[in-house]
Design a protein around this ligand. Structure first.
Ligand code: GUN
Ligand code: FE
Length: 431
């Protein structure tokens, strides 16, 4: 037995596959150097002298992963949601993002955001900041201080934006590269990610050079794809020679040439789905945002059948709630509405499936950082301890039933501990 071993006991539940839960009532998780060594019903003999933390009747589940959110939009949660994407960006989003020129403001907002992610058990996230270098550094440093895992991207935009958010192309690239240099190896948990906002806000020249930077620094890429019909029409006008929206990114080296996550993908064509599957592009499915901004319901079952990687996301503040539990329940509801109204041939999503998508499936986007999203051997011990007593009833319930109810009725008050890479994280400081 190594020195750095800890054992956690409780009702362990997670998903190795989308089909079913792995579950151990009163089971043990052996953690060595922050990684899961073993999950067992009985404590293996060689660990009998290890320290055991007993969580009694509580649940132990993998931490949640949010594959797409906008940190500077945290103050806008719940606002402007009677608009569609493009007017919403103009009236609410861009004016708020412009404020992050001020790093003091950034530190106040971002420290509150990071505390909220901690509260709701989002142990890893993939985040847009703004165009501003110093505020982006503030955000990355706050994630590092909190011990939460994140990819954080300084946003690039050099066309069709408000004047105070329109960058000079060379300056945009220079700042992006400086952040890649400074942060690629600064922390094992928090890394930079290349972040062209979306096709309408970036010239082909900028996007091509960002693709080159992603390659040079072996950095992942995030952006938006086919969220809203007006947006898609606009991309067609801007790039009449491209086959489709995805093709614009693909030709510029931003579509799976490096690990890539595209938010939304609500209205993608069959050709685009095939390209996503072939290139290993991840979809950050953001159901709450897609309902709020009248974007639509993404065809998740179709993605899964085509072999596309899928995870879930809040898309704060298109999505109003920071809780991944709300997003998971929202994804289930949307899949049922698609089945009822649009396509009986694609079954709605099951509970183990949505839990798998929110944990192990999304976790594969972090493969350069480690194995994330499960309790199989070698996975980072990213875990939540759930006290569901306040939402229990008088009947005995199975672990999958208790987990399901937590996803629908639970909130931050039910989450009593949060671990990332084996470290039990204290509440982050707010400035
Ligand atoms: N497309 C481009 N920018 C944004 C954004 O900030 N939010 C959403 N939901 N879609 C976008
Ligand atoms: Fe978004």
């Amino acid at each position: 037995m190594g020195n750095n071993v800890k054992v956690y006991k409780g009702n362990v539940i997670f998903t190795k596959t989308p089909q079913e839960f792995e579950q151990l009532e009163g089971g043990y998780i052996v953690v060595e150097d922050g990684k899961v060594k073993e999950v067992a019903q009985n404590l293996p003999e060689q660990y009998k002298d290890a320290e055991v933390v007993d969580y009694g009747d509580k649940l132990i589940i993998p931490g949640f992963i949010d594959l797409h959110l906008h940190a500077p939009q945290f103050p806008n949660r719940g606002l402007g949601l009677d608009k569609e994407l493009l007017p919403w960006l103009e009236t609410y989003t861009f004016p708020e993002e412009a404020k992050f020129k001020d790093t003091e403001y950034a530190k106040k907002v971002y420290s509150r955001l990071v505390r909220e992610l901690w509260k709701y058990g989002t142990t890893r996230s993939v985040v847009f900041s703004t165009i501003h270098k110093d505020s982006t550094k503030v955000l990355m440093d706050l994630f590092i201080e909190a011990g939460l895992g994140a990819y954080v991207g300084k946003v690039n935009m050099n066309r069709n934006s408000s004047p105070d958010l329109t960058e000079d192309t060379q300056e945009s690239l220079k700042i992006t590269e400086e952040l890649l240099q400074e942060y690629s190896d600064k922390s094992p948990l928090v890394k930079p990610i290349i972040t062209p906002r979306f096709v309408p806000s970036c010239t082909a020249e900028l996007m091509k050079d960002l693709g080159d930077l992603a390659k040079k620094y072996d950095a992942p890429v995030q952006s938006h794809l086919s969220e809203n019909r007006g947006e898609i029409e606009w991309v067609k006008e801007l790039h009449p020679d491209s086959k489709n929206y995805a093709d614009v990114y693909d030709k510029l080296g931003l579509f799976g040439q490096q690990p890539t996550v595209m938010a939304h993908c609500v209205h993608v064509t069959d050709d685009e789905i095939k390209l996503m599957a072939d290139n290993g592009v991840f979809v950050a499915h953001s159901p709450e945002s897609n309902y709020n901004l009248s974007s639509g319901i993404a065809p998740i079952r179709k993605f899964l059948e085509a072999g596309v990687n899928v995870g879930f996301a809040t898309d704060i503040s298109g999505g109003h709630a920071i809780s991944m539990m709300d997003v998971i329940a929202g994804a289930m509801k949307g899949s049922k509405m698609r089945w009822v109204y649009l396509e009986e041939e694609y079954a709605s999503l099951s509970v183990p499936e949505v839990f798998y998508l929110a944990t192990k499936s999304a976790g594969r986007f972090f493969s350069k950082v480690g194995k994330i999203g499960s309790f199989e051997e070698g996975y980072e011990f990213d875990a939540l301890v759930i006290d569901d007593e306040s939402i229990s009833d008088l009947n005995p319930r199975s672990l999958p039933e208790r987990l399901q109810r937590f996803l629908y009725l639970g909130d931050d008050r039910n989450i009593v501990e949060r671990f990332v890479s084996g470290k039990n994280l204290p509440e982050p400081k707010v400035y």
